[in-house]
Design a protein around this ligand. Structure first.
Ligand code: NI
Length: 254
């Protein structure tokens, strides 16, 4: 990824006239979606937003598709037992995503590709898309019949999933995973200093309210061993995620 190229595909660095020109040849846009939530005692609060943004920018560079500013807050109600977590209720996130994708649809963006970094956002994002389709139809937007939104979880892309299995086995766990932490170490080397061996994490189980979550998973991890994360792994995982999601995006835009 070149610095210059990564700026050229950021929506926030375009003028409105440039966006108008872009829409003459492309109707697609990428929206990175993260979360601001605890990631265990050694992982950064911004892990899900940092990783979603990095994958989105890389996919944008490779495909030439514009990347909207990152939505760094997501549905993290179950993490509110840990300081630093900032969550949107499902109903708030639903309303927010509805308004954001509809804003884009009003201008003629027909295909919204949400690069997601947090599993807790998925159900609400899909509900928001359904509501946005309905609004686009009732407002009779010119693009209503072609309007599509898709959520792509970078950590679930099959080459990423397989690589994480190979690198970490069942110590990948389900939250504050070594794969996502490895990506943050690659993106932000200053985080390396927080890495230290941890006792075995609580096993993976259900996710309920925040008090229950803290009781089940006292240090915030779900079955994971983030100490296994290495910056070099992060570089490989970013490459795999960008390759897989670029293909998904190009298929989506067909
Ligand atoms: Ni995460």
């Amino acid at each position: 990824m070149t610095f210059h190229k990564s700026k050229a595909i950021r929506l926030d660095l375009q003028t409105w006239t440039e966006v108008e020109d872009y829409l003459k040849h492309s109707k697609g846009i990428i929206l990175p979606l993260g979360s601001t939530e605890q990631h265990g005692p050694t992982g950064a609060i911004g892990t899900d937003a940092l990783t979603a943004e990095a994958v989105a920018i890389e996919v944008g560079c490779r495909t030439g598709v514009l990347v909207a500013p990152t939505q760094a807050f997501g549905m993290a109600e179950h993490h509110l037992g840990f300081p630093g977590t900032m969550s949107l209720k499902p109903s708030t996130l639903l309303a927010l995503l509805h308004d954001l994708v509809l804003s884009l649809a009003v201008h003629g963006f027909e295909k919204i590709f949400v690069v997601n970094g947090h599993g807790g956002n998925v159900a609400t994002a899909k509900a928001a898309f359904m509501q946005a389709y309905s609004t686009a139809e009732s407002r009779r937007l010119p693009i209503a019949s072609r309007f599509q939104c898709k959520i792509a979880n970078w950590f679930m892309a099959s080459p990423v999933f397989s690589a994480a299995r190979e690198l970490y086995g069942d110590r990948e766990g389900q939250h504050a995973t070594p794969s996502e932490i490895a990506l943050t170490l690659h993106l932000e080397p200053s985080l390396q200093i927080k890495q230290r061996p941890l006792p075995e994490a609580s096993p993976v189980g259900p996710i309920n309210g925040s008090e229950d979550f803290r009781k089940r998973y006292p240090d915030g991890r779900m079955g994971s061993d983030p100490f296994l994360a290495k910056s070099e792994h992060g570089k490989v995982l970013l490459e795999k995620a960008a390759t897989a999601l670029s293909k998904d995006l190009l298929d989506f835009l067909q």
